[in-house]
Each structure stands twice: as structure tokens, then as C-alpha cells.
Design a protein around this ligand. Structure first.
Ligand SMILES: [Ca+2]
Length: 337
């Protein structure tokens, strides 16, 4: 099924056609634009039906040729006027809403197309453009939500795979072993994380954000002692983008960063775990850059941590981790010792 092909920036692809001399040549219609599938010639930007060569509207007409014995400035200005008209035509088309909902729209299938296109190092630009230019804004929003759901499902599947391999390798369940080796609130937080019950990254509910930020404030700074359960529930089950908003909201409500509160209100292993969760919610590369820093800081090196992070992230985000490291610690990870 052919999709609508809209290229507002098509005007930047005008190419010189015609002879070698400025007088004989002319600026022609776009020589190569992104094409709808199966389409051999670009379509008129305005009607989206006529091929450019057989359309006579202002958008498809060639730029004026340089008139003989006239100043080149006149030609330049007429070209500018032509481009402005072209741009106005394209904008009018957008304002009229030429890109309408694509019939038979399936946001899940489209999100999968996008995810496949963006997978790995290279990006399949062509399929992303084809998809995005053929969707209305509302559909793009739906694709974004579906894409987040896909990624969430992938992360859940990853944790399930780790648990399965652990069981095959060591003959006992990971969760049982964690429970056997830990206790108290630290144990409960680990179990909540292992159950991977984090909400998917869907649309953020601002009322819920406010409620969670207030609940954290009440459970920590405003309370004599600390209600750790509240922290465990919110940190362990809310979606990542929701928690980022909660942290911002918490700062405006309480005047403290959430990390400061965790530092004051909790201690020991639970404190370390909550801090790790909070930092990785803010930014995983920044958190891992910090992990590197502390693994190498001072005398000696925590080789186990270094090896684990390098090996597990080398194909995922090691480049971003290096960037964060340079940003936060003012030195390159490659030459740090
Ligand atoms: Ca308190």
C-alpha cells in the first residue's frame, strides 16, 4: 500500500538542470526526493497526485531563468521570491492538514518497524522517514507509546532470561537465593526489583506524579523516622519516565534532591540500593560513569566491577558512558588510571 509522501524540505533539493552556462541553465524541480514505495517520480508537494514534471502549480514550476542583459541581482531576487512562494505553498498544505490519519493504522506494527529500523549502530533512515511522514501527529504519539511498551517488554524478557539462566546454572532460584542472603527492607526492595513489576512507560499522569512526590515527602522528611515501604513501592514499581517527573516534582515541593533525602532518611544497604535506583532512573550512562569512577578511585582498582560494566555495556551504551564520564569527572575514561 503506497503511503503519502510529504517532503516539506524538498525545496532544499532543487538541483541544477540544463546547460553549463548560467544563462542557459535553470534551477529545476527537485531531482531526487524521498519517494513513496513503487513511485518512480516525485509527486507534487501540493496535490500529492501529479508527478512534478507534469504539474503546473507554483511549487513544481522551475525557477526563473536569468534574463539576458539584466543584473544577476534581479535573478537572485526572483529566485528568492519563488522560494518564498514555494515555502508558503508547502506551509499552507501543512496547515490544511494534508497529512491525515493513515487508514488501517496499526501503532504496534509501526512501532516494531521503527524499533527494527533503529536497532544496532546504523539507522534505516528511509523506513523511519517513510513511516513518520505518512502518520498524523496523533498517530505519532500513539507510536511513541507503543514503542515504549515494546522496549519495556524487552527489558522484562531480559530479566526473565537472567533468572532462567541462573536457575539452570546454579540449580536454585535467584529470588530464593537473594531472600536467603538478605533481610529487612533491603531484601524487600531487591525482591520488588527482581519481580520486574515496573509500570510500562505510558503517558504520564501528572496527578499521580504529584501524589507520589507528596507521599515521598511525607514518608521521609516530614516523618519522625522513615516509612521505607513507601520508598520501596514507588521506586520499585513506577515507570522510569514517571519517576523522573516525580523527582523533579519532589525538588519543587521539598527543596531537596531525592538523593539527599535518601541519604538522610535511610542507611546501609537499603540506602545504597535506593541511590543506585534513583541515579539509574535519572540516567543509566551517568550512573555507570560514576560506578567506573569509584571503581578506579584511590589506591587499587575494583577490577570485578570494571570488567562487569565494560563487558555488559560494550555493545549497548559504552560510548555514552564515556561521554558522561568526561562531562562529570573532567577526564577521559580511556586515559584514566
Ligand atoms: Ca524522617
Amino acid at each position: 500500500m503506497a503511503r503519502v509522501n510529504v517532503n516539506i524540505l524538498g525545496i532544499s533539493e532543487l538541483k541544477w538542470t540544463g546547460g553549463s552556462g548560467a544563462r542557459r541553465g535553470r534551477w529545476g524541480a527537485p531531482g531526487r526526493t524521498r519517494r513513496a514505495r513503487g513511485q518512480t517520480e516525485p509527486l507534487c508537494f501540493r496535490c500529492l497526485e501529479q508527478p512534478v514534471s507534469s504539474c503546473h502549480c507554483v511549487l513544481c514550476s522551475p525557477l526563473p531563468a536569468l534574463p539576458p542583459r539584466r543584473s544577476p541581482a534581479v535573478w537572485v531576487w526572483s529566485c528568492v521570491a519563488h522560494l518564498l512562494l514555494t515555502w508558503a505553498g508547502a506551509m499552507a498544505q501543512v496547515l490544511r492538514g494534508t497529512v491525515t490519519d493513515f487508514p488501517g493504522f496499526d501503532e504496534r506494527a509501526d512501532a516494531e518497524t521503527l524499533q527494527k529500523a533503529m536497532k544496532g549502530l546504523g539507522t534505516d533512515e528511509e523506513s523511519i522517514l517513510t513511516l513518520l511522514t505518512s502518520c498524523s501527529n496523533a498517530q505519532r504519539q500513539e507510536i511513541a507509546v507503543a514503542l515504549k511498551l515494546c522496549l519495556h517488554a524487552l527489558k522484562g524478557a531480559e530479566l526473565r532470561a537472567i533468572k532462567q539462566v541462573y536457575e539452570e546454572e546454579y540449580g536454585s532460584s535467584l529470588q530464593d537465593d537473594v531472600v536467603g542472603d538478605t533481610s529487612g527492607c533491603y531484601q524487600r526492595m531487591l525482591v520488588v526489583l527482581l519481580q520486574a513489576n515496573r509500570d510500562p512507560d505510558a503517558r504520564i499522569d501528572e496527578a499521580q506524579v504529584e501524589q507520589d512526590a507528596q507521599a515521598l515527602f511525607q514518608a521521609g522528611e516530614l516523618k519522625w523516622g522513615t516509612d521505607e515501604e513507601k520508598f520501596i513501592t514507588i521506586f520499585g514499581t513506577r515507570s522510569v519516565s514517571h519517576l523522573r517527573r516525580v523527582f523533579d516534582k519532589y525538588m519543587t515541593i521539598s527543596g531537596f534532591q531525592i538523593e539527599e533525602t535518601i541519604d538522610r532518611e535511610t542507611s546501609g544497604n537499603l540506602e545504597q540500593l535506593l541511590l543506585a535506583v534513583a541515579k539509574s532512573i535519572r540516567s543509566i550512562p551517568a550512573y555507570l560513569a560514576e560506578t567506573f569512577y569509584y571503581a578506579m578511585k584511590g589506591a587499587g582498582t575494583d577490577d570485578h566491577t570494571l570488567i562487569r560494566v565494560v563487558v555488559s555495556r560494550s555493545e549497548i551504551d559504552l560510548y555514552n558512558i564515556r561521554k558522561e564520564f568526561r562531562k562529570n569527572f573532567g577526564t577521559s575514561l580511556l586515559f584514566h588510571d
